[in-house]
Structures are given as C-alpha cells and as structure tokens.
Design a protein around this ligand. Structure first.
Ligand SMILES: [Zn+2]
Length: 431
C-alpha cells in the first residue's frame, strides 16, 4: 500500500510525505491552503499511480517513539502493589504472581502493551520477559517492532543457570517466527539475579552471534552494596570483568554509578536507558545523571519499564518526567533541553535498534507519529517540540505508522476490543 501523508508540519514546514514499501519515498513542500489532493498525484510524474491520502493538515509529524526498556506483559500486573520498596515489591507482590503466568497470559499482556504503546506513538519496544515464543506471536499480531530479549534469571542458582543456558542455546538454534519487524536478542536480569557463569555465556553469545544484550544495571543502592560485598567491585566493574560490557549492551536505569563507572560505560560503548517514572515511583536512587552520560558521548534512550512500576506505557509522559527530573534535581532549567529529550526518545533508539527510522527524510523507514495540534492541550503551537515534550502529547496522537503501515488511525486500532477483553479476563486471575 502507498500512502500520501498530506499537509502535516514536518521539520518546521508543511509537507507531503509519500510512503511506499515502508519508507519515506518523497517529501514535497505543499501549500497549506490547497485542497486535499486527489489520489492520483499530478505534481510529479514519478509519483503517478494511486496513493491513499492521509489528511495530516493541522498535525505535527514526528518520528515514532522507541521504548528502550519494558516488561510488556506486566500490563496484567498494573496496579497490583503500590507504595512499596523495590525488593519487597518484587519478592512479595510481583515474583509470586509472575510464577503463575502462562504463555497465553504473556501473549495477551504483550498485546495489551502494544495497544497502549501504539496509541501513544511508540512503534519499537525493547522487551524483557518470559515466554519469548508468546512474545514473538504477540509481536507479529500487533504489527509493531519488538526487540524480544531472551532472559537469563537464575537467582544465582548454578544448576538453574546451567539449565537456562542450555535452553537459551536451543532457542537460538531454532528461533520462532517473530515477523519481519521484530528481532530476538538476549538479556541478563541483574547482578543479583543472574549468575557469573551466565553473564560470561551472554557475553560470548553477543560476540559470536552479534546479538544485543539487555540488562538492568545499578538500579538500587542495595544492588550496589550486594555486588560490592560479594565481588569487591561496583556492578559496572563486575560486569566488565566478566566481559559483558560492549557496544552490544543496553543497560536500564544506571543510577548508582560513580565517575569511574561512567568512564567505563563510555569506553565500552554501552547505551543506557533512563526510566524516570519507574525510578521515581520505586525511589530507586539518586536522579539519573544525564549530564554524566551526555558529556561522555554515551547514547541515552528512554524507557517506561514495566507497567507495574510506572503504571503507564505512554512514553510521552516519561519524556516529560525526564525533563522535569533533570531540571529539578540539579536546580538548572537549562538541563535536558527539548531537542535532547526528543532525540533520546526517537532517533537514539531507532539508531541503536537499526530500524532505519528516527528521521524525517527521504529513504528513512516510515515509523511516524501524527499529533493533532488542534487539541486544546496542543493549542497554541508556538513551539511544536515543546508541545510534544511537555503538553501531554500522548493524548494528542491521531495516527501512527510503523514500517509504512498506519496501525493507528484517528486514535483507533483494529482488533483493540478483543485484546482489552482478553487482557481483563487474564488479569482477573492475578488478583
Ligand atoms: Zn526493568
């Protein structure tokens, strides 16, 4: 299918975007007063033929958002336990319920997450959860792009760790079909839940197979203390000693890092994922030190983390929180400028996961979000990017393209009712 996205505000001017085979084929400046074009373009003979018109007049067109760290099926646990510290929250509220989850639960929980993310402008999600086959099926059926991370979580039990590694090898020797837009990679949960032998295995898998490595790093003070007591090293140093850190690694949280740790991450080319809502809600530590990352040239993406600790997967709301947190914590309103925030939530992730999207230019993959600037919260629009970051843009999402396909039209997603009904039924059992 070919689409002509007509008259939206693109890179500061009104333009027509011709989308074909999942890419932005042509961008042509247009007269905002002109009538809606006919489906046959006569402006340019090379664009002859029929194009389905998407009326984007009055809308801001941005690259879609990339959620760099999530546990999608935790949507089923949204709101099960509030106002608790991380370890009791995990041990008493989350892990016992997760132990009861089935593959089918994970499928519907992931579909629910996809529904929420797409409706709020996200087309790419790096996921860390159980039942990767179910996630693969959900990725395919949702149409969005998932980075499905096969996780090693052994609780530091060596016999369990060995069995998991064997299962992981088998999984990667015969991968299930996750569709053309998604991919598989691997994950180590954390220094407190993944054994040293498994970290070495993960590092080898990344080197030998070119996989990415998804992990939690330096999230809490207790994690930092635990690691130093056991190994005499900070979590970052310890993982580096095991060969884990490299340009393949993307590490969520990264709160309890000292200057030497930040130097190490920069030196190894690690990408970090900032999760402001989850970090603040679980009171995980000091504010994320974005300047430490920026000044060292470390790539920063944004993530929601799971819906149990956020409780929303609307990445626009995390974007706003990220900006506010930096300014508030360092008492400096110049921190985290709008441009940097937008880049972290769009091009940084598209580049890292190599989707080909993240920029509004000819040849780029067509992962786009259209924000309706006629909504009250988007009016007036003196500064479109400031509106996108700070004015509640998740609720202004009208249309979302993933790989050139409009998965959201006027806020609606095909099949949403079925997903919502199934997810409600499954969540009921987890009360
Ligand atoms: Zn997480």
């Amino acid at each position: 299918m070919r689409y002509l996205v007509h008259g939206g505000l693109v890179n500061g001017i009104r333009q027509d975007l011709y989308l074909e085979h999942g890419r932005i084929r042509r961008m042509v400046a247009c007269d905002p007063q002109a009538a809606l074009p006919q489906s046959d373009s006569d402006a340019d003979p090379s664009l002859a033929g029929s194009w389905e018109i998407i009326d984007a007049r009055g809308m801001l067109v941005l690259p879609s958002l990339v959620n760099g760290h999530a546990h999608s099926a935790m949507t089923l646990l949204r709101g099960v336990a509030e106002d608790m510290e991380l370890m009791p929250w995990l041990q008493q509220a989350i892990w016992p319920r997760e132990a009861r989850l089935t593959a089918e639960d994970v499928y519907w929980g992931t579909r629910l997450a996809a529904l929420e993310m797409l409706a709020t402008g996200t087309t790419v999600c790096a996921d860390m959860y159980f039942f990767p086959e179910a996630q693969a099926e959900a990725a395919r059926d949702s149409g969005m792009r998932f980075i499905i991370s096969y996780p090693l979580i052994d609780g530091l039990d060596e016999s369990k760790a060995e069995a998991q590694r064997d299962a992981c090898e088998r999984f990667f020797s015969s991968l299930p079909d996750c569709g053309p837009r998604s991919m598989f990679t691997i994950a180590g949960h954390s220094v407190y839940a993944t054994a040293a032998s498994s970290w070495r295995f993960l590092a080898r898998m990344c080197r030998e197979r070119g996989l990415l490595l998804h992990l939690h790093l330096a999230e809490t003070e207790s994690e930092d203390r635990f690691c130093r007591e056991r190994t005499g090293m900070s979590p970052a140093r310890y993982l580096d000693a095991l060969g884990v850190l490299g340009p393949w690694a993307f590490a969520a949280h990264c709160l309890w890092l000292d200057a030497a740790d930040w130097d190490l991450l920069a030196d190894r080319g690690v990408t970090v994922v900032h999760n402001p809502a989850s970090n603040m809600k679980l009171a995980s530590g000091p504010a994320f030190d974005w300047e430490a990352a920026r000044s060292r040239g470390i790539r920063v993406m944004l993530g929601t983390d799971g819906a149990a600790s956020n409780n929303s997967l609307d990445l626009f709301s995390d974007l706003k929180l990220a900006g506010l947190l930096q300014k508030h914590h360092w008492r400096d309103p110049r921190r985290a400028p709008v441009q940097d925030l937008v880049q972290a939530v769009t091009s940084a992730g598209h580049d890292f996961f190599r989707t080909g999207a993240g920029r509004l230019e000819e040849g780029a993959a067509a992962d786009l979000v259209l924000l309706d600037l006629r909504k009250a919260s988007m009016t007036p629009c003196h500064d479109p990017l400031a509106n996108a970051v700070y004015a509640g843009a998740g609720a202004a999402v009208d249309t979302v393209f993933c790989d050139g396909v409009p998965l959201v039209r006027h806020g609606r997603i095909e099949g949403a009712e079925t997903v919502l009904a199934e997810a409600r039924t499954r969540a009921e059992k987890l009360r």
